[in-house]
Design a protein around this ligand. Structure first.
Ligand code: SAM
Length: 195
């Protein structure tokens, strides 16, 4: 039987970035409150968030995409340990190059931050009209507020991309987004209501 604490310890010891506890609690509450049943996740890592979401209820199914083979293999092992193979489908692929089928109640974007706009645009056709796209890491460890203070050029470029993504969400005519100062900064984007 798998243990969530063991996953957290493994992530810490091996520098695997996983969702922060507050962010995870927010996600779990959102799934419960909105009766979410099928979820698409971009960025599996070792399966920590996918496993936590699947444990909410046996009738939740998750498709999760990971491009790093080592992470993917570890996630497969972890999902097996928890006996969640029937609920979680893992795809080993670059999310920008693979295809999924069907519609989801929730799309959770938690992969390469520089590509957030591309993930959003590529996967929005797979969102149910009443569903939500949730994005994590929008504060990027507090750095996104003052990119001008960042010395590393690469890091500054990445933070600027995250800020561009926030602007993209704010200016988006199709979606309305709420931003939460929870975990590492979370956005919840939903289709504008059509009357
Ligand atoms: N959601 C996970 C959790 O909270 O347990 C953490 C995911 S971690 C922050 C981001 C993961 O996304 C990494 O394992 C990385 O290899 C993967 N990734 C980054 N870009 C990707 C892409 N274009 N397609 C698929 N996976 C990607």
């Amino acid at each position: 039987m798998g243990s969530i604490t063991n996953l957290e310890t493994y992530a810490k010891e091996n520098n695997v970035p996983i969702i922060q506890k507050d962010g995870l609690n927010f996600l779990v509450d959102y799934i419960k409150k909105n009766n979410i049943k099928n979820i698409l996740e971009i960025g599996t890592a070792i399966g920590y968030s996918a496993i936590n979401m699947a444990l909410i209820s046996k009738d939740i199914t998750i498709t999760t995409i990971e491009r790093n083979e080592t992470m993917y293999n570890k996630a497969c092992d972890n999902i097996k340990e928890f006996g969640l193979e029937s609920q979680i489908t893992l795809i080993l692929a670059d999310a920008l190059e693979t295809e999924v089928f069907g519609k989801y109640d929730l799309i959770f974007i938690d992969a390469a931050k520089a590509q957030y706009i591309k993930f959003f645009e590529k996967y929005k056709p797979h969102l149910n009209k009443t569903g939500a796209i949730i994005t994590d890491n929008l504060n990027f460890h507090g750095l996104s507020k003052h990119p001008e203070n960042i010395k590393s050029k690469n890091l500054r470029a990445l933070v600027n991309k995250i800020n561009n993504y926030k602007k993209f969400l704010i200016d988006n005519h199709e979606f309305i987004t709420e931003f939460y100062e929870i975990g590492d900064g979370i956005a919840v984007s939903k289709y504008h209501k059509m009357d």
